[in-house]
Design a protein. Structure first.
Length: 683
């Protein structure tokens, strides 16, 4: 085989392997490898693809991070129109639907299938010979927008069907939605950034799909569920259920629940059951869809101009409640954004007592004409955060009072400003106690510096007593100062000081996350730390170089650049550095005797996990790869090593046992001592 052919084979194998792991993770929820191992495989593929640009493919798993922004979306005609469903809110109408069907096909025996109606954005995916070639929105049903580049970033959507013999054409239709938990997080981040929050997950999803920069789309928590077909060639399904199960086998996500019934009365009962499951699903469900299961009857039943006669949507009423708005309070977030919050007369809604509702910003209060003292209707938006839908104006007594946002920060009294392009008001004082408290709590949190004993109430006291104004000042805290605080004994004071001291050793990525740079979550912090290695390199990075990094979108890039432009920020970083906080990635304590060597780990080990072994190798300057190639220096074979071992043997790669690896690694102490010199092992 030529080198070219070998590379092609390797690339194909890696792509297939990555797709399989993707499926195990996103569809079956049963991953076989760690995220780290997945990333390593992906990295190997990236390297191979870089060396062999002739084998590039838009459907490679490496392309899921999105690409350069596009100018607009092309219009595409649907080969089979995308119809909608007739809707009803009434069970009587469902009985009529059943009567109509039985009249149209009096002789036929059939079942109904009930599935959740997902409130997202309809999409049609076209697979040709198993390859995803196009993703088009519904549009007006006849033509839609080509959003393929954006859809490719949705990790649960297979870029290639999981079948060696896929049909010539498979068009699947379904719903793209934004995960409800992810939606809440996204909105929080938007508010922190002074941007208008999305009204609900559906809008957030539609907005995301229409973004011109697919790298940004890749950061949005989008997912998809499929429930119908369009054009088909080389495949046929007898029933809807059979179609769903087939889609599942191809690696496409289908509804987590569906019910078959042979009588409409049973469907009605199940609709209630389904409604009770609203909170269980990760998507917003606005009703149930009832379809005839036998696809062979579809032609006989036919279609109206807009919808099939063999299906109907039953919509649930959104859960609402009426209550009184007592007052509007203002919260100040970590980035200083002022958010108005409605303080309500407690009321029961969808199984919980609601006392507060978010009002987002002043524009929203104006738009809805909300006044203090109003009777209001509240609803759970996205089934998570209650929101005020409208004011019951008929119940106004004339005593209601209009609300205006404060002109000064309610916490520190400083000026507030509205930045260009933002709707939110912001407190300009970086030392505002509210901002400082939120910042310190974040800095000390488990995912960041993990400072033992420094929780919200202690932060509250430290700031209120004027002891700490920035994370840097934590490191100059004296035990005597801490001892003066409420409920603070000798032992807790010692623990706190020790916790702060210990935090100096945290990995660079944790420090970076702890700095609280807008839009830089844990994931982005890790990527940045790995890429730049030191804070100086990161501070010197320009927008272009940041944007070139995988997983870093333009919004994060811009935010990082802006963050380091601030003199206040630079001062805090200097102080943290002077205190001894770690601003460098990993290799402190490491060495380089394995530099230039690439290891592949396979099978299970006795004394450590593969991840731990990988860390130890990297600490010594070695590389760890997910797949065996000619470039592999050593294959470490644990218990029941499989195909990688066979391949390594074939390629003549040196095989190491676990004991040999341990010997090669030497002790961690020896590594810390950089003068340990030659380890003296030969293979
Ligand atoms: S079937 C030809 N099933 O609801 C009929 N639609 O109001 C194809 N929807 O346009 C649609 N969940 O976007 C079907 N389980 C489900 C659905 C579903 C959500 C959407 C779909 C459709 C709209 C109609």
């Amino acid at each position: 085989m030529t080198d070219e052919a070998k590379a092609k084979q390797q690339i194909d194998e890696l792509r297939r392997e990555l797709e399989r792991h993707n499926r195990l993770y996103y569809i079956d929820a049963a991953p076989e490898i760690t995220d780290r191992e997945y990333d390593q495989l992906l990295q190997s593929l990236e390297q191979l693809e870089q060396r062999h640009p002739e084998f590039a493919s838009a459907n490679s798993p490496t392309q899921r991070v999105g690409g350069a922004p596009i100018g607009g979306f092309e219009n595409v005609k649907h080969t089979v129109p995308m119809m909608s469903l007739s809707n009803t809110y009434s069970k009587e109408e469902l009985l009529e639907f059943d009567v109509r069907i039985r009249k149209l096909i009096p002789e036929a025996a059939f079942d109904y299938i009930l599935e959740p109606k997902i409130d997202g954005v309809a999409i049609s995916l076209r697979y040709e010979d198993g390859e995803l070639v196009r993703a088009v929105t519904r549009g007006d049903g006849a033509t839609g927008d080509d959003v393929t580049t954006n859809v490719r970033t949705i990790k649960s959507i297979p870029l290639r069907l999981a079948d060696m013999m896929p049909p010539a054409v498979l068009e699947v239709r379904g719903e793209i939605y934004m995960d409800t938990a992810g939606f809440a997080k996204l909105n929080e981040a938007r508010q922190d950034a002074g941007m208008e929050p999305f009204a609900n997950p559906r809008n957030a999803c539609a907005g995301s799909l229409k973004m011109l920069d697919s790298r940004e789309v890749a950061t949005r928590p989008l997912d998809a569920i499929f429930y119908a077909t369009g054009e088909l060639s080389g495949i046929k399904f007898d029933t809807h259920e059979q179609m769903l199960l087939s889609l599942k086998n191809y690696g496409l996500r289908i509804t987590p629940n569906y019910w078959l019934s042979d009588a409409i009365e049973q469907v009605l009962e199940r609709l209630d059951e389904l409604e009770n499951m609203r909170d269980v699903f990760p998507f917003e469900m606005d009703g149930g869809v009832i379809k005839v299961n036998e696809r062979s009857l579809y032609d006989d039943l036919g279609y109206t101009a807009k919808s099939p006669r063999w299906a109907v949507a039953y919509k649930y009423e959104p859960e609402q409640a009426e209550t009184t708005l007592h007052t509007i309070s203002i919260q100040v977030g970590r980035t200083g954004v002022l958010t108005p919050v409605a303080e309500l007369e407690p009321v029961q809604l969808a199984g919980t007592t609601v006392k507060r509702a978010t009002l987002h910003n002043e524009d929203e209060i104006r738009r809805k004409d909300i006044k203090i003292g109003d009777r209001v209707i509240i609803e759970k938006a996205g089934e998570i955060i209650p929101a005020i839908v409208k004011v019951v104006t008929e119940k106004r007594t004339g005593t209601e009072v209009a609300f205006t946002m404060p002109t000064a920060c309610p916490v520190c009294g400083s000026e507030v400003e509205k930045r260009e392009g933002e709707v939110a008001l912001r407190c300009i004082n970086l030392q505002c106690p509210a901002q400082v408290k939120n910042w310190l709590t974040h800095y000390a949190s488990r995912g960041a510096m993990d400072i033992n004993g420094l929780g919200e109430s202690l932060v509250e006291q430290l700031v209120d007593c004027g002891l700490v104004k920035t994370p840097a000042e934590l490191y100059t805290l004296q035990k005597v100062e801490v001892l003066g605080l409420e409920r603070m004994g000798e032992k807790s004071a010692d623990n706190l000081i020790k916790g702060i001291e210990d935090s100096k050793k945290r990995a660079f990525e944790k420090v970076l996350f702890g700095l609280g740079i807008r839009h830089v979550g844990k994931g982005a912090a890790t990527v940045l730390a790995n890429e730049y290695k030191t804070i100086d390199a990161l501070m010197a990075a320009d927008l272009q170089s940041l944007e070139e990094i995988h997983d870093i979108g333009p919004i994060v890039g811009k935010s990082v650049v802006e963050y380091f432009q601030s003199l206040e920020t630079r001062a805090v970083i200097d102080q943290l550095r002077a205190a001894g906080v770690n601003f460098e990635q990993a290799d402190n304590g490491g060495s380089n005797e394995l530099e230039g060597l690439t290891f592949v780990l396979t099978g299970s080990m006795e004394t450590m996990t593969r991840d731990e072994a990988g860390d130890k190798i990297k600490l010594r300057g070695g590389k760890v790869s997910g797949s065996v190639s000619k470039k592999t220096s050593y294959l470490v074979a644990g218990e029941s090593a499989g195909s990688k071992l066979t391949k390594a043997e074939k390629l003549g790669v040196t095989i190491l046992s676990e004991e040999q690896l341990i010997a090669l690694l030497g002790s961690d102490e020896a590594i810390a001592d950089k003068n340990a010199g030659q380890m003296g092992f030969e293979f």
